[in-house]
Design a protein around this ligand. Structure first.
Ligand SMILES: [Zn+2]
Ligand SMILES: [Zn+2]
Length: 255
């Protein structure tokens, strides 16, 4: 049971801080070594490799709730929840959306052999906890993790409130925010996808953000993009995520 909690929350962090806020949106910078840790840690969640995950997620932001969106709930709940992942249309790595990270051979390796990381974790769980360790610490935890992550694609575009009148159906949902370490503030996120912080008010719990602040203090990550202190929103509509120069130029916040 303890193992299950550790593998759930630990891997959730790698998905939200790694696959999502780093590989998909480049909301902060880090060393090549920690980038590798984020990629491998994310891959243990058995949601395919970082290039596949972040590549599809970038398409989701570019074409939210249109026919090009890989998981819009406009095609129905099951499609947005799991159907799109199982579909053969999305089986392959989307071409050209991840040129920046595909330049790293180790990231390409983890993405190509995306079974290595989950198997490593499964074996570790078995060694630590025997058969119950494998079943609860790995399999149960993985299934729970899948559904929490998928709920952002399905429910966070259906249930919740909308602070910003974005052109998509994204919503803020406190229950999802707790389950996913801050990803439930999905309407905030769609409004400013280039900032690392998703809970904007003090009561909008964003566990991932608190950990990122700690990692920044330890100098493990840097260049963290924050919402502007004056509350003004920087539009990221036309930002080309594959080109870090344009992101930096458009989102630089005054000191
Ligand atoms: Zn979304
Ligand atoms: Zn996103």
């Amino acid at each position: 049971m303890v193992l299950c909690l550790v593998t759930y929350w630990g891997r959730m962090f790698f998905i939200t801080a790694g696959y999502h806020r780093y590989f998909s949106h480049r909301t902060y910078r880090t060393s090549r070594a920690f980038q590798f840790v984020l990629a491998f840690g994310g891959a243990t969640a058995a949601q395919k490799g970082p290039l596949w995950w972040a590549g599809h997620h970038r398409i989701h932001h570019r074409y939210t709730d249109t026919a090009e969106d890989p998981h819009t709930p406009l095609k129905g709940f099951w499609w947005s929840h799991v159907g799109w992942i199982l579909s053969k249309d999305t089986k392959d790595q989307p071409a050209s959306t991840m040129k920046d990270f595909a330049a790293f051979p180790e990231i390409r390796f983890i993405s190509k052999h995306d079974w290595i990381a989950p198997w490593t974790l499964a074996i570790a769980c078995f060694v630590i906890g025997g058969l119950p360790g494998l079943l609860i610490g790995f399999f149960l935890s993985t299934v729970l993790l899948w559904h929490s992550t998928f709920m952002i694609n399905s429910l966070a575009h259906v249930f919740g409130s909308r602070r910003f009148d974005t052109e998509d159906t994204s919503r803020n949902n406190p229950v999802l925010a707790v389950l996913t370490m801050g990803e439930g503030w999905h309407n905030n996120h769609h409004r400013q996808a280039h900032v690392a912080r998703q809970g904007l008010k003090w009561w909008e719990i964003d566990l991932t953000w608190y950990v990122l602040v700690a990692l920044e203090k330890l100098h493990i990550i840097w260049g963290v993009r924050r919402p502007r202190p004056d509350g003004q929103i920087v539009d990221d509509h036309d930002i080309d995520l594959t080109d870090p120069a344009t992101v930096d130029e458009r989102t630089t916040t005054p000191a």
